[in-house]
Ligand binder design. Structure first.
Ligand SMILES: *[C@@H]1O[C@H](CO)[C@@H](O)[C@H](O)[C@H]1NC(C)=O
Ligand SMILES: *[C@@H]1O[C@H](CO)[C@@H](O)[C@H](O)[C@H]1NC(C)=O
Ligand SMILES: *[C@@H]1O[C@H](CO)[C@@H](O)[C@H](O)[C@H]1NC(C)=O
Ligand SMILES: *[C@@H]1O[C@H](CO)[C@@H](O)[C@H](O)[C@H]1NC(C)=O
Ligand SMILES: *[C@@H]1O[C@H](CO)[C@@H](O)[C@H](O)[C@H]1NC(C)=O
Ligand SMILES: *[C@@H]1O[C@H](CO)[C@@H](O)[C@H](O)[C@H]1NC(C)=O
Ligand SMILES: *[C@@H]1O[C@H](CO)[C@@H](O)[C@H](O)[C@H]1NC(C)=O
Ligand SMILES: *[C@@H]1O[C@H](CO)[C@@H](O)[C@H](O)[C@H]1NC(C)=O
Ligand SMILES: *[C@@H]1O[C@H](CO)[C@@H](O)[C@H](O)[C@H]1NC(C)=O
Ligand SMILES: *[C@@H]1O[C@H](CO)[C@@H](O)[C@H](O)[C@H]1NC(C)=O
Ligand SMILES: *[C@@H]1O[C@H](CO)[C@@H](O)[C@H](O)[C@H]1NC(C)=O
Ligand SMILES: *[C@@H]1O[C@H](CO)[C@@H](O)[C@H](O)[C@H]1NC(C)=O
Length: 510
């Protein structure tokens, strides 16, 4: 029955012993910019960690030895001090550079700025400043949560963003984008986190006024991205007609989250509408946030409590990224946050707190986790999830400026997805001692969300001479070079795609 359905869908139903033959499509698709995560709000905790471990974290996130993230989202805070309401969730208060009384103080948000500077020190290519709420000085309720943006604040708000961006550009931060609103349908009236609502009719004026204001400042190279809608299907489709046509000419990218956990068909409808509303050439999609889906691989996902550090959740997320890259031609992907709290303390509750699935507590919101009770336990370890290594499969190989190619799903078994990119001149290392310059690389990432392995053949791209890296992550290995490395024989590579794995092949041409 199942195989009949798969055959009807045109999918390969591979049984044991059959070989899956794969060829990369020859049509170039979109240019890729970046893969990253945000700096909210863990810097407020990490700043209390030993300095050596803070440095370890920066190295892990940003260096080639670590995840090699190519994007970092800095959260520009809204808390001006002495506000009428403060954000209630511990650790998620973010100091604004603009005090409640209208004075700028550049020493504020010391923790956030520290890791922003670390991202800059590692030359992370795409740094975005994103804003949840205008600061309390501007907000009519004197707080960075629980208000609706009003039209008469547009100029003041654009001035504020221009002042802050110019300051940090002048101080050596290479800011690529500003996102002036985040999930603008939610006013966060519970003050659980910073936020303001911006009704659709006020979005285009903010974007266009900000663009004008930046153009006359030292931050003129910063691009504006919007509107970071939370739900592309349920909010994006009804609201886009009310702001996107008036705003898109001033936007560098269309930024969108995915708390609908859209189906392929819903995403295709969303993207078709964006094309319709922008004369067919939209500012490219930036997929700027997702987290916290709990589906465990079965049935539709929901935003819910769960801590799953295993391959199960990593493969769910990998497919979301693949969906946006292939259906919405997204240029980039940002996971929600780089670091999050465990729901328990490994040194008190046992190591399984960090390694086992917890279906009742915590959130699938981080790449790396910490003990939330570090002040009491003095446990300053960084606990890695499989999602961290998933991000490395995207960020390490598919570098800014590479061009995506399809690996058609019709060639692949159900539950297996893949895509490829081609890079220009590229310096890469295989080990601490072996580093080479290549004229060109091709990178192919397979994800197998099945509990069986598959024997595969992959046709090597034209003009390829070497298979330089073959790296896998599966339930028992994290980012491990496959030994012995498969070889190119008569233009074809034979390899076994392990069960529940991420598997990258990197081809190089001299
Ligand atoms: C893959 O091929 C090897 C060698 O021919 C065989 O032993 C193995 O069973 C095959 N695996 C699958 C999943 O078909
Ligand atoms: C930093 O990382 C190094 C190398 O992994 C490790 O030896 C050291 O213990 C870490 N520092 C802290 C404070 O945990
Ligand atoms: C808050 O108000 C107190 C008392 O007026 C003042 O001393 C303090 O500097 C203010 N803090 C900020 C950040 O404005
Ligand atoms: C927030 O921090 C305060 C003071 O440290 C503590 O009493 C409270 O339990 C914390 N709340 C949560 C939800 O962790
Ligand atoms: C605003 O508050 C800060 C911090 O209290 C203070 O240093 C500054 O002088 C105040 N500025 C004005 C214009 O009141
Ligand atoms: C960044 O690099 C500079 C220059 O090497 C160094 O002084 C600084 O400590 C580094 N880190 C941060 C957070 O500024
Ligand atoms: C925030 O939004 C909710 C739901 O839309 C609404 O009931 C509430 O009045 C809003 N709060 C403010 C302060 O506008
Ligand atoms: C803010 O907007 C929400 C819905 O968008 C509305 O329910 C609420 O009344 C508005 N609040 C104010 C203070 O206008
Ligand atoms: C700004 O607009 C809001 C709502 O549209 C209004 O309540 C307020 O009085 C206006 N403020 C000024 C200074 O005009
Ligand atoms: C896009 O425009 C076409 C042609 O006008 C129309 O048929 C289609 O329904 C539109 N699709 C969406 C999702 O808006
Ligand atoms: C899940 O987390 C809760 C809260 O910390 C804890 O009480 C429970 O033991 C955990 N469950 C598992 C299976 O680790
Ligand atoms: C840890 O202690 C520092 C003060 O030393 C405090 O600022 C911070 O909020 C504490 N963190 C937590 C999670 O309680």
């Amino acid at each position: 029955m199942i195989s009949a359905i798969l055959l009807a869908l045109g999918l390969v139903s591979s049984t044991r012993g059959e070989v899956v033959n794969v060829k990369i499509d020859s049509c170039p698709q979109q240019e890729i910019s970046s893969f990253g995560a945000s700096g909210a709000w863990w810097p407020n905790d990490l700043i209390h960690f030993p300095v050596e471990q803070q440095n370890n974290l920066s190295h892990w996130l940003f260096s080639e030895d670590g995840l090699y993230l190519s994007s970092y989202r800095y959260n520009m805070g809204g808390d001006g001090g002495n506000d009428t309401h403060q954000v209630t969730t511990n650790g998620s208060r973010v100091e604004s550079f603009l005090l409640r009384n209208g004075t700028y103080d550049w020493s504020r948000d010391h923790a956030g700025v520290h890791f922003l500077k670390e991202a800059q020190n590692y030359s992370v290519p795409y740094v975005t400043f994103f804003i949840n709420a205008a600061p309390s000085h501007i907000a009519t309720n004197g707080a960075a949560c629980g208000w609706n943006f009003t039209a008469n604040k547009t100029d003041e708000y654009a001035d504020y963003m221009t002042t802050v961006l110019s300051h940090w550009v002048d101080h050596g931060i290479d800011i690529k984008y500003i996102s002036p609103m985040n999930e603008p349908d939610n006013n966060r009236s519970d003050c659980g986190q910073e936020g303001m609502s911006v009704v659709p009719a006020l979005r285009a004026p903010i974007i266009n006024t900000l663009r004008d204001s930046l153009d006359n400042s030292s931050a003129s190279c910063v691009g504006v991205i919007a509107d970071e809608t939370s739900r592309p299907y349920l909010q994006g489709i009804p609201e886009n007609p009310h702001w996107l046509p008036e705003a898109y000419k001033c936007m560098s990218n269309t930024a969108v989250h995915d708390y609908d956990y859209v189906t392929d068909d819903q995403l295709a409808q969303y993207y078709q509408q964006v094309l319709n509303l922008t004369g067919g050439s939209p500012p490219p999609i930036k997929f700027t946030e997702i987290c916290c889906s709990n589906s465990s691989g079965n049935g539709p996902s929901a935003f819910a409590s769960q801590n799953d550090p295993t391959m199960t959740n990593a493969l769910i997320v990998a497919r979301y990224v693949w969906q946006f890259l292939t259906i919405a031609n997204a240029q980039s992907f940002d996971w929600w946050t780089a670091v999050a709290d465990l729901p328990c303390s490994p040194s008190i509750d046992g190591e399984q707190c960090a390694t086992a699935v917890n279906n009742t507590a915590g959130y699938n919101s981080g790449l790396i986790y910490i003990d939330p009770n570090y002040n009491q336990t003095h446990d300053y370890n960084l606990y890695f999830t499989k999602r961290a290594f998933m991000m490395k499969h995207f960020a390490y190989f598919h570098r800014p400026g590479s061009v995506r190619y399809d690996v058609p799903s019709t060639q692949l078994p159900y539950g297996v997805n893949a895509f490829a990119t081609k890079n220009g001149v590229y310096t890469i290392k295989r080990s601490a001692v072996e580093e080479r310059n290549w004229a060109q690389t091709w990178n192919v990432l397979f994800f197998n969300n099945q509990s069986t392995s598959f024997n595969m053949t992959l046709e090597a791209p034209a003009a390829i001479s070497h298979l330089y890296h073959v790296v896998k992550t599966d339930p028992s290995t994290d980012w491990e070079e496959v030994e012995p490395r498969p070889e190119i024989t008569n233009g074809v590579v034979n390899f076994e795609l392990p069960a529940e794995s991420l598997y990258t092949l990197q081809f190089c041409a001299d």
